[in-house]
Design a protein. Structure first.
Length: 192
């Protein structure tokens, strides 16, 4: 399955995270375990690609994110569904499912599944709130070294019209706009 993701992101302090969480009608949170992969020579990082196996309570998936031309942060997501036991086994073996859509896409940059290795892990507690402007997401991400960070994200359909909505949220909570370091890079920084 392939889908296009257009989003705004910003890191938060713990206090900003709590303030936003209390101000909107978020659904009950859920957890996801993220396992990130790359080659020894960082072929995916060099292409600005991100590869993960993500486990939820009742299902799992492997997803490859590749940048696309378009406004702001636009990504093409190529996803293969996995069962939880299948994903757990793949993570233990530091492998991805192949053959698969993800493996086929990796082959376009001469990366074979056997070249991949686990480069980082994190567990995210995610809160979702559907707004007219898009899907508002709050993430608390915990790393194996005991550190945690907080992130605000808004996935949008109409990038130009929704820029203002995201900026309004930042302004309302006095959140300074800052360049985002993606979760893959943050997980690598906190690898224990």
């Amino acid at each position: 399955m392939q889908s296009t993701e257009r989003e705004f992101k910003n890191l938060l302090t713990a206090a900003q995270f709590q303030a936003v969480r209390q101000a909107y009608p978020f659904q009950a949170p859920f957890q996801q375990q993220n396992n990130y992969f790359d080659t020894a020579n960082q072929a995916l990082v060099q292409h600005h690609w991100g590869l993960r196996i993500r486990l939820f309570a009742d299902h799992a998936e492997q997803t490859l994110k590749t940048p696309q031309s378009g406004p702001g942060r636009t990504l093409l997501e190529t996803t293969d569904p996995l069962s939880v036991p299948q994903a757990q086994q793949l993570v233990r073996r530091q492998q991805i499912l192949a053959p698969s859509q993800v493996a086929t896409k990796l082959a376009t940059i001469d990366v074979q599944p056997h070249q991949l290795r686990l480069i980082g892990q994190a567990t995210t507690t995610r809160y979702l709130c559907s707004l007219p402007e898009g899907l508002l997401t709050l993430d608390q991400t915990d790393y194996p070294d005991g550190d945690a960070d907080y992130e605000l994200e808004m996935e949008v359909h109409d990038f130009q019209n929704e820029t203002l909505a995201f900026q309004t949220i930042l302004k309302k909570f006095q959140i300074a706009k800052q360049p985002i370091i993606n979760k893959v890079q943050r997980a690598i920084q906190h690898k224990s």
